[in-house]
Structures are given as structure tokens and as C-alpha cells.
Design a binder for this molecule. Sequence first.
Ligand code: ADP
Ligand code: MG
Length: 717
Amino acid sequence: MSGLRDGLTPLVGAKTAKALSSALGIETVGDLLRHYPRRYAERGELTDIAGLEVGEHATVMARIEHVSKRRMRSRHGTILEMTITDGHRRLSCAFFNQAWREKELRPGRTGLFAGKVNAFRNTLQLANPEYELIDPDADPSSVDSFLAEIIPVYPAAQGMPSWSIARAVQQVLATFEPGEDPLPGWLRERYHLVDLDTALRAVHRPESWAALETARQRLKWDEAIAIQLIFAQRRHSALSRPAPACPPKAGGVAEAFEARLPFELTAGQREVGAAIAADLSDEHPMNRLLQGEVGSGKTVVALRAMLQVVDAGRQAAMLAPTEVLAAQHARSLREMLGDLARAGELGAPEVATRVTLLTGSMSAKERKQSLLDAASGAAGIVVGTHALIQDTVSFADLGLVVVDEQHRFGVEQRDALRTRGADSTSPHVLVMTATPIPRTVAMSVYGDLEVSALRELPVGRSPIGTTVVPVAEKPAWLDRVWQRVTEEVRAGHQAYVVCPRIGDEPPSDRTDRRPPIAVLELAPELAEGPLAGLRVGVLHGRLPADEKDAVMRAFTAGELDVLVATTVIEVGVNVPNATAMVIMDADRFGVSQLHQLRGRVGRGDVPGVCLLVTEALDGTTTRQRLAAVESTLDGFELSRLDLELRREGDILGAAQSGRKSGLRLLSLLRDEDLIARARESAQRVVADDPDLAEHPGLARLVDDVVDAERAEYLEKA
Ligand code: ADP
Ligand code: MG
């Protein structure tokens, strides 16, 4: 008899246990049984070879099409070359000095093939493939799951292929006893969920597609309820904390600012503004996420909130991801406020406040003054980098923290703010992000935040045309790229060229992949070659702050034509005359990052153009992602497409064990109803039993997710 928390060695043997641990991080019976198949192959049916991810481990059910043997010229020995197919696409495989395999690798036979996906001479390969051929004469009712009608395909890794995992699972299930079901009976009855033992057995060895679906439904609930319980607990404890109440005040700086706004607020800005104003008036802390495309006007919304807090006699802090951005925010806040930011100066209105910048690269003297302004309360608004909250900066009376452009501002960071208000209160928090998140994702990832969105852009924004430039297939297109940049400059505009790497770092040991294109290498090549005659500048995160500032100012003033930069320009930079952006090695960036980057162009009245240069091959998920960026400018649609593609990548057996995310079966995209129900159930449970003292099974589920979260967080740190 074995339970979820038992070790694996006695059940599967030391060798397999060790391999499971090192290849996939699977240590316990629970880890193994929660390592669900990613998909299932039906006996006799080939699966689509599409959406493979270069560099990742994949498992495909395919048919051998062609096998040939030849001598290697440079080395002794033979090479066995094999092509496998799903009927449409092909993958090539090679075996070195394993000529004996020719006997079993007969064209026409099918099986599972697993290995690392490589791109070689513009074709996709499975390197060092492992395989398990299907025996056409085997008895489908045999105990070996590999011979069943529905064959599980597990997320696998080199040295631990899918079929070996399947066998280990069989061995474990032979003695498995789950103990008490973690989901309370009333919940299972209400939503017609099968018990855990039934579900686990059926997910690994389904007797029918219907039984599999029932099992998956139940196991998804485990994931959904665990996450929603965590959020329900967080909301519960947030609502019991005191916050500095900041009700709006008549005749204050907020009203004075309103009166001199040079534009009409959009309906969205008004609506979100009203929700925030109400939150700020409350005695419990606001926790709100504001999403809005680049340029949707989040800053004004934040400023209005900060002024309401200043009117209440308290302070607001605004945190930016980089020093450049912090400096820019301070500048633009002062600009928008005019003399309303000049408290203490001659002729300033009585309601005026002060905006203080606080960064690590300031001189000791400046910094001391800023610290003093924050501590004395002389500064109504303090702008700095995210490090501001980790620092020992003290505030006289902090009422609100605005976190800009940071969708990964996690729970830990928000926890760090918890007692920063006067008398250890929790300040209100407004997190702003340009990366739109679909509703269900927000519900699962930011379940303890209220979410609002600005969906319309203020008038005067121009469209951006995006084109993928596949240089592996069409090398000549790269010349066209630089021609296009030159044309934009000749027309009086400016351009960005973005690279993934700076180029001053020590060489890496990883030789399997060309290092990404670097700013410091590309800039001189362009200046002497295809962009000769144009004024080319360089910007990256490791330039000294004053130099960064100088370059940015020169570009803004039009004294540079082309800025070759890293993603430091990703957020906030606003140069309306910049109309073109070239992104080199675009495949090395995430979808939302690309979307955010291109938001830098098309800010004036001329349409923008964004060229995504990539060597990624057609047929890879990477290329599908770039095509998604090409296809739409709607950030919400894009994040949905991205999510779908990620999911597809997983479904095809990429080696992400998924173990750390706590989400293995649950699809944030497709399981919206289930997530909403789990949320409601979690709220019910927590309202009566906040510590889950009466729900030990649920507490254990939560524990498992929290542990994984913590592990992930530690790994990142
Ligand atoms: P975000 O931070 O969301 O990317 P910003 O707040 O920087 O966007 O706004 C982008 C530009 O649009 C700024 O120059 C800002 O002054 C302007 N803007 C904001 N709201 C409006 C509005 N309602 N009408 C016209 N222009 C606006
Ligand atoms: Mg902004």
C-alpha cells in the first residue's frame, strides 16, 4: 500500500526513481501520479507533427517513412538516417554507430519517437531519438499500458521517455491507496466529481474517452480550488487590515489639476478613476490592477489617484521598473502638474505639492535631500524604481503606492508594502500594466486583485504595420529592412533597432545555439554598412545613468536618426517622430514584450512599421507566435493567442513538467466556468473556515500549490 507522500524507490526501484527525479523532478508517489499525460495517442492513429519547439524535448506518434545507412566520412563508423512522418510533415532522425537498429526500424512501422527538437539546414530534426515501436499483433487488453487502445503520452525528458513513465505509473498504481479525498463530499456531489482514486487511475490508463474526460474534470477541480482558496484567504486577510482612508476633498490639488487638464478624459479613464476614488476612501487597502495598452493614458489615471491621496494629507509613491523610466515619470508628472508641483516656491498655488525623484544613481547629496523630503512629508509624490520599497526609505505618511509597468509585481512584493503606511497600516496599491491579461488568467493569477482596464486609446494614435522577416528562408529580405529604415529617416523620421543582448558580457559556455544579436556588435556594423551616413546611437541598461539620459535626450531632440537598443526602450519611452522599429532575433522575445516594444512607434500622426527579424523556421511554435503578433494589434486578443500557443506547445509534449505552476490540466482559456465555480466555492469555504482547520484535505491541496509557488519564486530570485 502506498500513499501520495511516499517515496518512489521501493515501488519502482532505485534506478528509475533516480531517473525520474533528475529528469523531471519527480520525487514522490504524488508527484508521479500528478504528472498527467499531456495527450493521448489512439492506437493506429498518427498525431500531427506541428508546433514543435526547437530546443525542447518532444514525443510524437509517427510512421517510419524511410531508413538508409551510410559510412561517415570524417569519423569511423556508420550513420543510420531515418525520416518519420505524420502523413503531412516530416522529421529527420539520425543514429550514430547503431546500424543494428536497421532491423527493427522498418519503413511503415509506427511508434512513439522522442528526442530534442533541433533545426538543421532548415529542416527539423529529432536528435538522439528514443523510440518505442508499436507491436501490431499485441493484445490490447494486456497489462502494459503501452499496448492499450488509448496510449498516454507524458511530458518527458531525455533519458526518461514517455513509455518509461507509463510503466512506472503502472507499478505505483498497483499498490496505491489515496486515503481520504481532499475534496469535501458536498462539493463532489454538487459538481458530480468522481473520487480521487478513480480519477487518478483513469487519467493514466483510460478505458474510454468518456472516462478520461470525467477524470480530467475532477483533477482540474483540485487545481482550481487550491488556487482559488489561496486567493480567498488573501482577500480575507487583506480586508481585515486597516488602510489610510483618503476620501476626495473639495478645493484641493486634485480639483485644481482637473481644471487645467489640456484634454478631455476618455470615458474609460473616468470610469476607472471613479472606482479608484471609491477604493481610496475606504478603510481597507485597495488592491487594484489597471491594464491598458501602451499609450492608453494610465499615467493620468494614476496621477489623479495620487492627488486625491495628497489632498488627504498623505503621500503617494510611484515605482517604475528602471531608473530611466523613473526619471521620465518624475519629469512628466512635474510637467503635467506645472506650478501645482512647486510647493514652497514663490507664487505657487496654496494647494501645490512636490514631486521628488529618488534613485540609486543620484549623488549622495541629492539623495539625502530626497530621503529627507520623503521622511518629512514635504514630498507629496515620491518617484523611484521598484527597489524603493525594499530600501530603508521612510515616508511620513504613505497612503498609496502606484506600481507602473509591472505585471509581475507579485504577492511577495505586495506583502513587503503591507506595513509601510503610517501606524503600520497597509497603503493602497495600484498596479499598472500594458500587458493585457485575459479575464480568467487575471482571476487565477491575480485572484486577490480587483482588475480594471482601459480599452480605448486616446485620439491621435496611428496604426502600426507589423511584418515578420524570416531570414532563414529569405536572407535577401534583411537588406530590404535596412533600406526601409533609411527611407524612414530620409522622410524625416527616426527608427529603433532592438537587440536581445548588450554584447559586453563574457562568452557563454552554451554552444548549441548562436548567441543573440548584440547592441554593441550590431551598432558599428550598421553605422559602417547598410546605415552609413545616418546618425546611429546606442542605448542599454549598463550605460551610466547620465549617459543614458543624454542619449535619450539626443534621440528625443532628433539629433540621432537610429537608436540601437536593448529592451530598455520597452516601456514608457515616448518619441512621436520615431516611426520604424526593427526587432532582431524577434523569436527571443515573448509575445507581450514584442507587442509592448512596437508600441514605441506610431505615437505621432504617421503610421508606424515594425519588422520582426527571425531565423526561426516555418512550422515551429516560435514562428506561430510571431505570426500572431503580426496578425493583430489588439493586446487582449494577442495574449489569448499566446496562451493558446503555449498550451499547444505543452500538448505536443514539450518537456515542461508543469509541476511548479500548480496548473497541469486546468486551462485558463477553456475552463472559465469551472474556475468561476471554484472561486465561488472557495469563498464559501473560507468565509466559515479561514484557516481551513476543518478542511484538512483542502489545506493539503493548498499546501502543495504554495510550496510549488515558493520553490519557483526562490529559483527566480
Ligand atoms: P500609458 O502609460 O498608458 O502608456 P500615458 O499615460 O503615457 O500612457 O499616455 C500617453 C499619452 O497620451 C500621453 O502623452 C498623455 O498625455 C496622453 N493622454 C492621456 N490621456 C489622454 C486623453 N484623454 N486625451 C488625449 N491625450 C491623452
Ligand atoms: Mg506609462
